[in-house]
Design a protein around this ligand. Structure first.
Ligand SMILES: [Fe+2]
Ligand SMILES: [Fe+2]
Length: 174
């Protein structure tokens, strides 16, 4: 994001996510550290808002992108200390987030895919929609960077690579 609070001045974005932002289950994400410079709510909003803007620019489903981006990390444990028997954090937390997201809103197919596949790169789950790829790339990027500038270009390059691969296999819907 260009600035931390830019999303607050975007009425269209707010109209898409405000019902989610008012949910206690979403507000609670502010109690968890995500990266050294952000809590999980700030991180989720940054991923949601930047992904929304890219999806909008590319004439994709920016509504689903914004909503699922906001809910992609809806889990309530410290990922740096909690360990699981059933798999890695990278594998488990998208499933936990999906289950929690379904408790507070109805999710369409694309929104479910966005949440489940946002660890693409770290896990084998390949995004089915370009919107899912956007959120997974923005999520990686947000962990390292604060500024929006080169992000869109990077997403476009990665997206055309994946689209090319998918088209070869006849599976990419976008
Ligand atoms: Fe995540
Ligand atoms: Fe994330």
């Amino acid at each position: 994001m260009k600035s931390k609070n830019e999303w607050r001045n975007d009425p269209e974005y707010l109209s898409i996510v405000e019902d989610l932002l008012s949910q206690p289950a979403v507000k609670k994400l502010a109690n968890y550290t995500q990266h050294h410079h952000s809590n999980r709510l700030q991180h989720s909003i940054a991923v949601s808002y930047d992904s929304y803007r890219i999806a909008k620019k590319l004439h994709l489903d920016y509504r689903s992108t914004a909503r699922a981006g906001l809910l992609h990390d809806m889990f309530y444990y410290d990922w740096r200390t909690t360990k699981f028997d059933l798999g890695t954090h990278a594998f488990i937390h998208p499933r936990v987030a999906l289950r929690n997201a379904e408790k507070i809103t109805e999710l369409n197919k694309k929104e479910k895919d966005i949440i489940l596949k946002h660890m693409f790169g770290a896990t084998m789950a390949v995004p089915r929609y370009p919107e899912s790829l956007i959120v997974s790339l923005v999520d990686d990027y947000e962990a390292e960077h604060e500024f929006f500038g080169p992000l869109r270009r990077m997403v476009e390059v990665q997206m055309s690579k994946l689209r090319h691969k998918r088209h070869q296999r006849g599976r990419f819907n976008g």
